[in-house]
Design a protein around this ligand. Structure first.
Ligand code: NAP
Length: 603
């Protein structure tokens, strides 16, 4: 039977080689055969003059070599992980064996054993890799990185084009892999915030290529359990749960300069579960007043019909529910500068830094107000990005609140051109949505911001402003688990009397001994600014003691300034009390990150 199969193939082997091969394979099980064929195919890729993809295709079609696709995600908020999971699901639908790895669980040197890998990578604000990929990112640039001549790879880079270092982590992985000798089997895809549609075609094209090169045998599929068991809720970003709003309570004082809301949402009957550290994705609708103001500014009535991903609807409806019409971005400003002919905007788009600055500080309606322009309905929607859900750090633990989920939402609100401007999602949650109103939500799990498994480990939590949210969840969870570990909270905000979020709860926990220490920094209660990092430095000796005792450090909130300053403070503490040089202190703190003893949820 085997010899029949061998002779049926257009074999490149001579008679002697054929004989030896037949003898060898006659002793192998089907599973071993599948493995061996994949092994030899992989080997052929590392030899000079190795078979090219078109030859492989012939081989695949005839002899079905086993092989697999490895998918690695570098994800901060879960978007890259979501794309990686879709790739895996599509691959499996096509019969391709695929394994999914969190970058922090993947050993870089194993890349040398792979044949086909897809990286899906998001980028942090300043072009840094997500926390779960710091180690792999570093490894691939180091001398320890292996030669990857036999590796074929693809990269999906996720980013936000309003940032300077757009898709940087994906670009980095692309260039590091190429430098190590790997070959891209498909061009890298760089995606903006509305990435979903653009990934569909790329996934289909790349899997066609991978399928041409690989095939999987049933035995191999059964044997190889995926290393990452994705937690799949029935409800996802694409299929959210329609929940109801239970409570919307302002938790800043009457005289506060900020309006922060404590939001409670009912999940009863949904079966949704979440862990402390996870985020809640919220789909929102834009205000009809804003949609009307935009329509009026470009000379449309709102009844004009438009096509949105194959669905026909009025442009007014499309603006309310399908497009991001609050925050602007550099592409929006650039396109409108061209369509409107505004001299001011045309000058602005020549300077990238100024354009980025202007876009992040000017809402869509205020860009349109720079110059009135008559637009068609299609021209208007061509300016916008599709609406995307907002992620809020969850502020409750299910061990405490069961079928509810709580959020801490800062309302974005300011005056411009004599009118009130509201944030898209925060305006919806805090002002437009009524109690008992419907809200579409899903849980975005975040494995990079998790309580230690060891309930005895001490925690240091640093969360100024609405960055306090996940720590309410952490403390509730530790309370309900009767965790014995010490807990130290650093909170900061503008003023003690107006902005001390959840003050009563923290004081209760302090009194009960669950919070071992609480340190607060109210920046505007005195002449000079006092921030959370100042409190850390004031208590540096004790902070160092806690770190030496194995404390886990968590930071949540503003990424651009606060998180950097807190990081600097931790380096200073390591220098002073660990008697380390600047370089060793930086390495020490980076190692804490790699060991997951220093986790951040910042943006
Ligand atoms: P905020 O008012 O911006 O700031 C809270 C406190 O931090 C104020 O006292 C502020 O002081 C102070 N502060 C300013 N610069 C600082 C610095 N360099 N280091 C330390 N503290 C500093 O707070 P918020 O409006 O609630 O927003 C918090 C930020 O966290 C927002 O950017 C939000 O998007 C982000 N956030 C992120 C997450 C997440 O990643 N999951 C969750 C929640 C919130 P002054 O204003 O007096 O200077």
């Amino acid at each position: 039977m085997l010899s029949k199969e061998l002779s049926a193939l257009a074999s490149p082997l001579n008679d002697q080689q054929s004989g030896l091969l037949q003898q060898a394979v006659s002793e192998l099980s089907p599973q071993q055969l599948a493995w061996v064929s994949g092994y030899f195919w992989g080997l052929s890729q590392t030899q000079p003059g190795g078979v090219n993809t078109s030859l492989n295709q012939t081989a695949v079609n005839n002899s079905q070599p086993a092989g697999k696709l490895t998918i690695i995600f570098a994800s901060q908020t879960g978007n890259a992980k979501g794309v990686a999971e879709s790739i895996k699901a599509s691959a499996e639908e096509q019969g391709i064996t695929a394994e999914l790895f969190d970058a922090s669980d993947y050993k870089g040197k194993n890349l040398a054993k792979e044949t086909h890998v897809i990286f899906v990578a998001s980028t942090n604000g300043e072009g840094e890799p997500p926390d779960n990929a710091i180690e792999l990112h570093e490894f691939l640039q180091s001398k320890k990185a292996p030669k990857l001549d036999g590796l074929q790879y693809g990269v999906v880079a996720l980013g936000d084009s309003s940032y300077e270092f757009y898709c940087q982590t994906g670009k980095d992985f692309d260039s590091y892999l190429a430098k190590l000798g790997a070959t891209a089997f498909i061009e890298r895809l760089d995606c903006d915030v509305d990435y979903e549609e653009s990934t569909i075609q790329w996934i289909s094209d790349s899997l066609n290529k991978v399928k041409d090169a690989l095939s999987s045998s049933v035995e191999v599929v059964e044997k190889q359990a995926p290393l990452v068991q994705a937690v799949h809720s029935q409800y996802t970003k694409q299929n959210p749960y329609t929940a109801t709003l239970l409570t919307n309570q302002k938790i800043t004082g009457r005289d506060s300069g900020k309006d922060v809301r404590h939001i409670e949402i009912d999940l009863d009957g949904s079966g949704i579960s979440y862990q402390p550290g996870d985020a809640l994705g919220v789909w929102y609708e834009n205000g009809s007043e804003l949609a009307d103001a935009i329509l009026g500014q470009v000379g449309l009535s709102g009844v004009e019909s438009v096509d949105v991903s194959g669905e026909s609807m009025s442009i007014r409806e499309a603006l309310i529910s399908k497009y991001e019409i609050t925050a602007s971005n550099p592409q929006f400003v650039t396109k409108y500068a061209q369509l409107s002919g505004s001299k001011k905007l045309q000058k602005l788009i020549e300077d990238k830094d100024k354009l980025r600055d202007y876009s992040s500080n000017t809402q869509v309606i205020d860009v349109l107000l720079e110059k009135k322009a008559k637009l068609t309905a299609d021209e208007l929607i061509s300016l916008f990005r599709k609406i995307t859900p907002r992620l809020y750090s969850i502020a409750s633990s299910q061990s405490e609140v069961e079928d509810e989920v709580h959020l801490t939402v800062g309302l974005v609100e300011y005056q411009k051109a004599g009118e009130k401007r509201l944030g898209g999602a925060s305006g919806f949650l805090a002002q437009r949505l009524e109690e008992d109103g419907e809200i579409k939500v899903f849980v975005e799990h975040n494995n990079n911001f998790k309580l230690p498994v060891d309930d005895n480990a001490p925690l240091i939590m640093i969360g100024p402003g609405t960055g306090i949210a996940p720590f309410r969840s952490f403390v509730q969870e530790r309370d309900n688990r009767d965790a014995a570990g010490k807990n130290w909270l650093f909170f900061g905000d503008r003023t003690f009397t107006q902005d001390f979020l959840y003050q009563v709860e923290w004081q209760k926990y302090l009194k009960a001994g669950l919070l071992t220490k609480l340190d607060v920094a109210f920046s505007r209660d005195q002449q000079e600014k006092i921030y959370v990092q100042d409190r850390l430095l004031e208590h540096s000796e004790q902070v160092w003691q806690w770190i030496e005792q194995g404390a886990y450090i968590y930071v949540c909130g503003d990424a651009t300034r606060m998180a950097k300053d807190v990081n600097d403070a931790l380096i200073t503490i390591a220098k002073e009390h660990g008697q380390l040089s600047e370089e060793s202190a930086i390495e020490f703190i980076n190692n804490l990150r790699k060991e997951k003893r220093y986790q951040r949820d910042v943006y």
